[in-house]
Design a protein around this ligand. Sequence first.
Ligand code: HEC
Ligand code: HEC
Length: 159
Amino acid sequence: MFRCHGGQSVGKGTYWDLSNGERIDAHRTMALPGGEDRHYMKLPVAGVFLAGPLAGLLFTCVILFLLVTLLFLPRTMHASEAVISEEAKTCLGCHATPGMSTTFRYKSTLSVHVNESHFQNTVHGFLACTGCHSDVSLDTHPASQYASKREFALHVAEA
Ligand code: HEC
Ligand code: HEC
C-alpha cells in the first residue's frame, strides 16, 4: 500500500481519500486533487472489499486472545498467592501419597498422608514443614520415636 497527498503526481491506479471515502481513478499519470493536507491511499477496488473481512478476522483474534487471558489470569494469580516452600515440596514428595501410615510403639496407627492442595490453602501453607515438625531430619527420617498418637500430637502442638 502506498500513501500520497493532494497535488502529488501519481501513476495509473485507484486512490482513496480515507477521510471522506472519495475515490479517484487515474487512467494515466495525473496530479491528485486538493492540497498537501489531503491524503490518499493507493488501493485496488478489490483491496477495499478484502480489507473489511481482514479487519474483522484481526478483531476476532484480538477478542479471542483477551478472552483466553481473562479466563486463565485468575488461576495463575491464585497459584502464585499460595506458594509452598521447596522443603515442603520435598516432604510432600512422600507425604502426598495417599494410604501411608505409621504405627507408634504402643501399636496405635496414624495416617501420615498430607493433602498437598489442602496444606497449600491453609494459613500455614507458606511455612516449611520443619518449622513445626522441628525434630524431623531427612537424614534419620522416617523413624518414629513416639509411643503413641497422643505423644506425637502433644510434641508437635508444643513446637
Ligand atoms: C522418603 C519419604 C519421606 C520423606 C521425604 C518425608 N517423609 Fe515423613 N514419613 C515418611 C514415612 C514412611 C512415615 C511413617 C514412618 C513410620 O511408619 O515409622 C513418615 C512419618 C512422618 C511423621 C509422623 C511422625 C513420625 O515422626 O513418624 C511426620 C510428622 C513426618 N513424617 C514429617 C515429615 C517432614 C516434615 C518431612 C520433610 C522435612 C518428611 N516427613 C519427609 C516418609 C517420608
Ligand atoms: C503450623 C505447624 C505445622 C506445619 C507448617 C506442618 N505441620 Fe504437620 N502437623 C502439625 C500438628 C500440630 C500436627 C498434629 C495434629 C494432631 O494430630 O493433632 C501435625 C501432624 C502431621 C502428620 C501426622 C498425620 C496427621 O495428619 O496428623 C504428618 C505426617 C505431618 N504433620 C506432616 C507435615 C508435612 C509433610 C508438612 C509440610 C508440607 C507439615 N506437616 C506442616 C503442625 C504442622
